[in-house]
Write a protein that binds this ligand. Structure first.
Ligand SMILES: NC(=O)c1ccc[n+]([C@@H]2O[C@H](COP(=O)([O-])OP(=O)(O)OC[C@H]3O[C@@H](n4cnc5c(N)ncnc54)[C@H](OP(=O)(O)O)[C@@H]3O)[C@@H](O)[C@H]2O)c1
Length: 497
């Protein structure tokens, strides 16, 4: 197999890995085989210089994988236009102005992302400039090139690191650099062997060394001696700027490797090849789509795959429900919204949920361990339905035996996720072990808004109204409101657990 075919094969393999990662396993069989993707639409990715070229395509692909992407551009108008293109495809992309060589712009951007999203998970440093084409090797714009490709990238990294969100999968920083900046390529390298060795050696590599290397080049450009300085021979300013970015990536990757578990950050760089973009005057031989895929792969790849098959005894188990608690939730059952006030009282074997339907009635549901449940209104309509759940109310450890599905973000919380006998997905906040969200397979979803452990409702509030009992006495069938009918699934579920 030739080099080209091998490269194509590697690329295809990476693509398959990413599409495997994004598979959200639904069926039982899939769930056992597939890998659990670690990101969601709450995963924030920022791409610099993404109004066009490779950056645009990286933003596009990340958004297509379901992440929320911040498309940034130094020019607002073009950035907004590029963002619109993706939004029209239904992708989750927002715009913010960002010029990586302007400290004020970086500061405004940092404040904005912190305030609106609490930070970011992925940073792609793509913005870059080059002013040489073909066999040209002018250094007329050397300062802009070094300032953008090295110092600008570095400023972004420094500004974003404190804003990277903690995650068990690690935050990601990907720098789009170039093979022209390889330290020890056979051609186009720095002639000074000692400098090369220092830059290569982990013990001597430092930010000061990288800065002084590029600054000495800029100094020579100013005093007209750069040509005899032993610098890379092709696109000298650009090559050196990317060499500096490569070395800085290696330095930071090493520094960041000391981050504690849960706060890991991974930094990588890659060369996209020779790409048909404005930078090459569209003379490259690779498309921006292909050039973008390595950045996407580096941003999303995870070796912390979790699949049901890999579950072992170290998997977390759901916290049992506290014996008494009060929760308020927002429930959506196939489009019908309600606010729920939920009281769980295991010592007294009772469970009350007060359902306020959106712009509709308020329905009370009291369930008792003897299996009798009353669903009623407390207004002049005097509605009441009586049902029987022979198995009684949910016991505190009703989630015992649930399958661990891994961790994901939900409603902004990092959660452990389980599923239970193909019935419910249950999300629990990793930090506090409080439930955040659950959804039943029949479409009922519930977001937990407050959760007060130990809170008990006074006894008088648990009483079903007298008219419920009158109906029983008369042996009459009562209210036939669909909304009040218990989940048939819930009944079968309770029988199973
Ligand atoms: N094309 C290639 O063959 C090739 C090869 C190796 C590496 N690369 C690297 O790939 C990256 C993307 O290049 P590309 O080919 O897609 O080039 P491109 O089409 O020229 O795109 C460069 C992007 O960077 C932006 N940018 C430049 N200076 C900026 C600044 N100060 N602040 C914010 N954004 C800035 C540009 O914004 P404006 O639209 O405002 O100018 C543009 O969006 C660059 O880092 C480049 O060095 C490219």
């Amino acid at each position: 197999m030739g080099k080209k075919e091998m490269a194509q094969e590697r690329r295809e393999q990476r693509r398959q890995e990413i599409s495997l990662l994004r598979t959200i396993p639904y069926s039982d069989q899939q769930r056992r085989k597939m890998i659990f993707s670690w990101w969601s639409n709450e995963t924030m990715a920022v791409v610099t210089g993404s109004n066009r070229g490779i950056g645009f395509e990286i933003a596009h692909q990340l958004a297509s994988h379901g992440l929320t992407v911040v498309l940034t551009s130094r020019e607002t108008r073009v950035g907004e236009e590029a963002t619109k293109i993706m939004q029209e495809k239904g992708l989750n992309v927002v715009f913010h102005q960002l010029d990586i060589v302007d400290p004020a712009s970086i500061e405004t951007f940092s404040d904005w992302i912190k305030e609106n999203y609490g930070g970011l998970d992925i940073l792609i440093n793509n913005a870059g400039v080059n002013f040489n084409f073909g066999t040209d090797n002018s250094v007329e714009y050397a300062e802009t090139v070094i300032r953008t490709n090295y110092f600008g990238t570095k400023s972004m990294i420094k500004a974003m690191i404190p804003l990277m969100k903690p995650s068990p999968f690690g935050a990601r920083i990907v720098n789009v650099t170039s093979r022209l900046g390889r330290l020890n390529g056979r051609r186009n390298r720095i002639a000074n062997v000692s400098l090369r060795q220092q830059l290569e050696d982990n013990d001597s590599l430092s930010e000061e060394l990288i800065d002084s290397t590029v600054n000495s080049f800029l100094e020579q450009v100013k005093n007209g001696t750069w040509e005899s300085g032993g610098w890379p021979q092709v696109f000298t300013d650009y090559s050196l700027s990317k060499l500096a970015a490569n070395a800085y990536t290696r330095l930071m990757a090493r520094i960041l490797s000391d981050q504690p578990e849960g706060h890991k950050m991974y930094m990588n760089c890659y060369c996209p090849g020779w790409v048909k973009t404005a930078m090459t005057d569209w003379a490259g031989h690779t498309s921006p789509e292909v050039a973008a895929d390595t950045a996407v792969w580096l941003a999303l790849i995870s070796d912390q795959f979790v699949s049901a098959l890999e579950i072992d005894s170290t998997d977390p188990i759901p916290s049992p429900w506290p014996h008494q608690f009060h929760a308020t939730t927002i429930m959506n059952y196939t489009g019908g919204l309600r606010q729920v006030d939920l009281w769980y009282d295991w010592p007294n074997k009772r469970y009350l949920h007060i359902n306020q339907y959106q712009l509709g009635k308020k329905l009370y549901g009291v369930e008792w361990q003897n299996g009798t449940s009353f669903y009623f209104t407390l207004d002049s309509t005097e509605e009441c339905t009586i049902r029987h759940f022979p198995v009684g109310i949910l016991r505190p450890n009703w989630l015992e035996g649930a399958n661990y599905m891994g961790q994901r973000y939900k409603d902004g919380f990092l959660c452990n996720v389980w599923d239970k006998i193909d019935f419910i997905h249950y999300y629990e906040d990793v930090a506090t072990q409080i439930p955040v969200y659950w959804h039943f397979y029949d479409g009922l979803i519930e977001h937990i808004i407050t959760f007060e452990v130990g809170k008990v409702l006074e006894d008088s509030k648990w009483q079903a109204p007298a008219y419920c009992f009158k109906e029983i006495e008369k042996g009459k069938k009562t209210l036939q409101d669909q909304k009040v009918q218990d989940h048939s699934l819930l009944t079968s579920f309770r029988e199973k657990i």
